[in-house]
Design a protein around this ligand. Structure first.
Ligand code: ZN
Length: 348
């Protein structure tokens, strides 16, 4: 079946703001913000379950994740050490290596589980959103962006990869090394490993909250949604709470945005955006973004541009009509896209 991401089709994310070249500039995701492994990393050296030591194709990306959760803040590190010592959370995370269709991370008892295919999807989403956003920004700077994305080796790769990942919702396929090997320090791949590491940290601390706050599967929808909100806010506090400047906030925001868009892309029908157990995915995404306040217009523009790329992709997949108007601000476009997606939920 067609999954809806067609290379060469319109990707119209234009705003009048694009005329203001001061909003542009390359991003910098280099690993400088991550310090080398500390004591807690040593505790978590076996982060991943003991049966395998390699997690190809994501070994490099998972190393960034482990390093990040170990060093995100002094406070977070101490919390983890105490919780592990008290037996409240397992000192490692289980990665489920089964060749199965896509499923989402979950917590059970004191354990957190990451299905391999979710990690594949998350990496592919980070790559797609980053490459496409960078390309649009480039085109805007050159004045060549007319709502169509330039076709080059990177954008073609981004489309191939996202289409692969979306297929995982219906059937398992092994990682497409012929498209990209995330361990090779190619253009974009290294940056994407960093975004992935931060994004997965957000996902991890969400599950961590379920475990350590003693959340349990409940049949009551309101209570269940409250638990989900509590877990989201916990993860946002840990990951975003320490970002002291706008660029760091933007980078963490991009990562949390990628995690949110990934959850959106896991949905195999927009009717399922709402469920009895979780608040609607689009509302969760909006909640995470409202958590960030970025004063620097350039950082803000970049972040919302990337989110719009993700939302337009979702609309494209499900033939949700988008407007071709040129918006005053990127936040206006983001708000409009969220509203259009919200109308496709069966309940609120
Ligand atoms: Zn949850």
């Amino acid at each position: 079946m067609r999954l809806g991401f067609e290379h060469g089709s319109a990707l119209d994310i234009r705003t009048v703001a694009q005329l203001n070249s001061s909003l542009h500039g390359k991003t910098n995701f280099r690993l400088t913000s991550i310090s080398p492994c500390s004591t807690y990393s040593d505790t978590l050296a076996h982060m991943v379950n003991s049966e395998r030591t390699d997690y190809e194709p994501l070994t490099a990306a998972l190393n960034v994740f482990v390093s990040f959760i170990s060093n995100v803040s002094e406070q977070a590190r101490n919390m983890q050490l105490e919780d592990v010592a008290a037996g409240k959370v397992r000192e490692y995370i289980d990665i489920l290596m089964d060749d199965e269709t896509l499923s989402t991370p979950y917590a059970e008892g004191i354990d957190v589980y990451f299905p391999k295919t979710f990690l594949y999807l998350l990496w592919a989403v980070c790559y797609y959103l980053f490459v496409v956003t960078e390309t649009i920004m480039d085109q805007e700077m050159e004045g060549t962006y007319d709502g169509h994305l330039r076709s080059d080796a990177f954008t073609r790769r981004a489309y191939d990869l996202i289409n692969y990942a979306l297929t995982l919702r219906f059937r398992y396929l092994p990682w497409p090394y012929e498209v990209i090997d995330p361990n090779v320090d190619a253009e974009f791949a290294r940056d994407v490993n960093v975004i992935f590491g931060y994004a997965l940290a957000y996902v991890y601390f969400h599950e961590y909250a379920h475990v350590t706050l003693n959340h349990s599967a409940v049949s009551d929808a309101i209570l269940s949604k409250d638990q989900e909100r509590e877990a989201d806010n916990f993860a946002l506090d840990v990951v975003l709470g320490t970002a002291s400047d706008d660029n760091t906030r933007r980078n963490y925001g991009i990562a949390v945005g990628c995690a949110g868009i990934s959850m959106l892309y896991c949905v195999s029908d927009p009717k399922n955006l709402d469920s009895t157990t979780h608040p609607p995915v689009d509302i969760r995404l909006a909640n995470s973004m409202s958590y960030l306040s970025i004063a620097d217009p350039k950082a803000n523009y970049y972040l919302y541009k990337l989110l719009c790329v993700g939302l337009v992709g979702f609309c494209d997949m499900y033939k949700i009509p988008v407007s071709t108007q040129i918006y005053d601000t990127i936040e206006d476009q983001y708000g409009d896209l969220l509203e259009r997606i919200a109308t496709r939920r069966t309940s609120t």
